[in-house]
Design a protein around this ligand. Structure first.
Ligand SMILES: *[C@@H]1O[C@H](CO)[C@@H](O)[C@H](O)[C@H]1NC(C)=O
Ligand SMILES: *[C@@H]1O[C@H](CO)[C@@H](O)[C@H](O)[C@H]1NC(C)=O
Length: 181
């Protein structure tokens, strides 16, 4: 027996109540004082209920205007070296693992491809002198999608904390799928 999405229903029950909206948290590579930093961002745009056929009533989050999409394959044990983000862009790692570090800072992010594979890279040359380093230590290749935003837009967000988002800060979507809340 297939299920239906009940997000719309639960949302209707919540109207007027004080229950917090669910928002997406993503690891971001940002910049402060000319240096790249790894941060956990919470996007301002909350999950909403889709009205689109095929996923009607399911939870969706709109991630903004985009420019184009590049499909990239990186072999296992590849070191991409230090670089600035070419554009303000989303990167979705679908498989493999990316190890992201920034100079003179001990914070690091291991981004596993899949469920928790979405990050935002904002440390372009205009804000970061040296950028960040991405290495791919996995035994398997990494498949990623790079998606620059239109006009260098950065999604509206608040900084939750320094360092990458933990998996426990990103599992909220499982609850959305399970309870529609
Ligand atoms: C993709 O988008 C970026 C950012 O806007 C742009 O600079 C680049 O030229 C685009 N690439 C292609 C192949 O259109
Ligand atoms: C984002 O973080 C907040 C606060 O930690 C949490 O309540 C929420 O469920 C998280 N969102 C997701 C999609 O995991």
């Amino acid at each position: 027996m297939y299920r239906v999405c009940a997000f719309a229903l639960s949302l209707a029950l919540l109207i007027g109540s004080a229950v917090a909206q669910v928002k997406l948290n993503v690891t971001a590579i940002s910049a402060r004082d000319g240096n790249s930093v790894i941060e956990c961002w919470q996007l301002d745009n909350p999950f909403a209920s889709s009205s689109k056929p095929g996923v009607a009533g399911c939870a969706i989050a709109q991630l903004g205007h985009l420019d184009n999409l590049t499909y990239t394959i990186v072999p296992s044990n590849y070191d991409g070296g230090l670089h600035v983000a070419p554009y303000k862009q989303w990167v979705f790692f679908a498989s493999g693992v990316a190890h992201i570090t920034v100079p003179d800072d001990s914070t690091e992010a291991f981004v596993k491809g899949g469920d928790f594979g979405l990050i935002f890279a904002a440390d372009t040359a205009d804000v970061s002198r040296r950028g960040h380093k991405t290495a791919f230590p996995g035994n398997a290749e990494t498949m990623g999608l790079q998606i620059p935003t239109r006009n260098g837009e950065i999604p509206a967000h608040s900084v939750v904390h320094a360092g990458p988002c933990e998996e426990s800060e990103m599992v909220g979507f499982r609850e959305l799928a399970a309870t529609g809340l």
